[in-house]
Design a protein around this ligand. Structure first.
Ligand SMILES: [Zn+2]
Length: 396
């Protein structure tokens, strides 16, 4: 095994051993300190940002007792053009079903490192560390490259990139390193709207149901109408090969006893939003459809928004052509240009007007499940692509 490869494996395994599980957000300082030592050692200027407790409390009150840190590192000899590279260091819980090892005890088998976060996104973090090292060793390096390592992508990123974007100089370009696979670039991401539909009736004993109003029966009337009329209309919409979706009833609640007319029923709606839609309009569409059913039922119906994430598209086109060129040159392949079906932190940059993309080693199908892994070679390849990209940016 060559020296850089050995180093990649060692760093990645060190990172996996620190179980930075979010929620709630554990061991963040330990991980950030480790990265800070490495990057300082390569000669980068670093800064650890302590995310204010008021910000954590605002967005994730249930995890407010767990501190959040962002590591910034830069290698900047000129100030005119700035490219920002980001990866998140939090991971989803270890989960069950692992066969080759335990989630936080990484192993190397053939060319694969297994462990929670290997693909998502500690492989990305490792890529950026190695990239920083190689850039620092370049003779006559005269560009400006900024790195950030952020928490909480897995719970929405509001205390990670979402916070960072408001306190740094806006970069000219940004790449968020996520496991798209090196043959795919994401130029946008789908949004999410989650609502609870709450139906309130009137209780009565089942022996005399005419004194009550059945919230369950009214609720399924609404749910059926949503499922048979609105859902097919929404799911016929397409954007860059992806479809909008509706899932009814991920959570349902209601009813207390078999011999009572249920006075309460609720069901959830999960709606995935295409980049050419907006959550506001998606909400109106649901509300209007339910309003039309109100005449057919006696219960009252309320709609509560539980979660709302806007879709995003890259506002620029310059970075994409530079990245595509770099991938073609280094890997000899023409990358697919797609959108992500799940939200990624890139949306904060894109919605702030930064020409930014998502691209990195690993594989979304391996992320979040048991036996998550990454090919070590894909990390080395990604470093080469980013080196080429930085050269393209600075030759413009
Ligand atoms: Zn990720």
């Amino acid at each position: 095994m060559s020296n850089p490869t050995r180093q990649v494996v060692d760093i990645l395994m060190d990172l996996i051993r620190v179980s930075t599980v979010s929620p709630p957000g554990e061991n963040y300082l330990e991980l950030v300190d480790y990265l800070d030592r490495l990057l300082t050692g390569f000669g980068l200027n670093t800064r650890i940002i302590d995310v204010p407790k008021s910000v954590i409390r605002k967005y994730y009150p249930e995890y407010a007792e767990y501190p959040r840190y962002i590591l910034l590192a830069e290698l900047c000899n000129v100030r005119d053009r700035r490219i920002h590279l980001n990866a998140h260091y939090d991971v989803v819980p270890g989960g069950d079903g692992w066969l080759v090892t335990e989630p936080f005890k990484p192993v190397l088998i053939n060319d694969r490192v297994y462990g929670r976060g290997a693909s998502d996104d500690k492989g990305g973090v490792t890529t950026l560390v190695l990239l920083a090292k190689q850039l620092s060793e370049l003779k006559g390096f005269s560009d400006c490259v900024e790195f950030s390592f952020t928490p909480d992508e897995e719970i929405g990123g509001l205390t990670g990139v979402g916070y960072l974007i408001n306190i740094i100089h806006r970069p000219d370009y940004a790449v968020v390193v996520e496991p798209t696979g090196l043959d795919t670039v994401w130029i946008g991401s789908m949004g999410v709207l989650q609502v609870d539909v709450v139906v309130r009736g009137l209780p009565a004993h089942a022996s005399q149901p005419w004194y009550g109003i059945n919230a369950f029966e009214d609720g399924i009337t609404i749910a059926h109408s949503l499922g048979s009329e609105l859902k097919p209309r929404i799911e016929g919409r397409r954007f860059m090969g992806e479809t909008a979706t509706v899932v009814l009833g991920g959570i349902t609640r209601g009813g207390d006893a078999r011999n009572l007319v249920p006075s309460y029923f609720q069901f959830s709606i999960d709606r995935r939003i295409l980049p050419n839609e907006k959550t506001d309009l998606a909400l109106n569409e649901i509300t209007n459809h339910i309003d039309k059913s109100r005449n057919n039922i006696k219960s009252s119906v309320d709609i509560y928004v539980v979660n709302r994430i806007e879709p995003a598209m890259n506002p620029g086109t310059r970075l994409l052509s530079k990245l595509v060129n770099a991938v073609e040159k280094v890997l000899n392949l023409n990358p697919k240009v797609r959108i992500s079906r799940a939200p990624v932190d890139t949306r904060y940059l894109q919605n702030a007007g930064v020409d930014s993309l998502t691209y990195g080693p690993g594989d979304t199908s391996s992320a979040h499940g048991p036996d998550e892994y990454i090919h070590v070679i894909s990390i080395m390849d990604a470093v080469d692509v980013y080196m080429e990209l930085i050269k393209n940016v600075n030759n413009e």
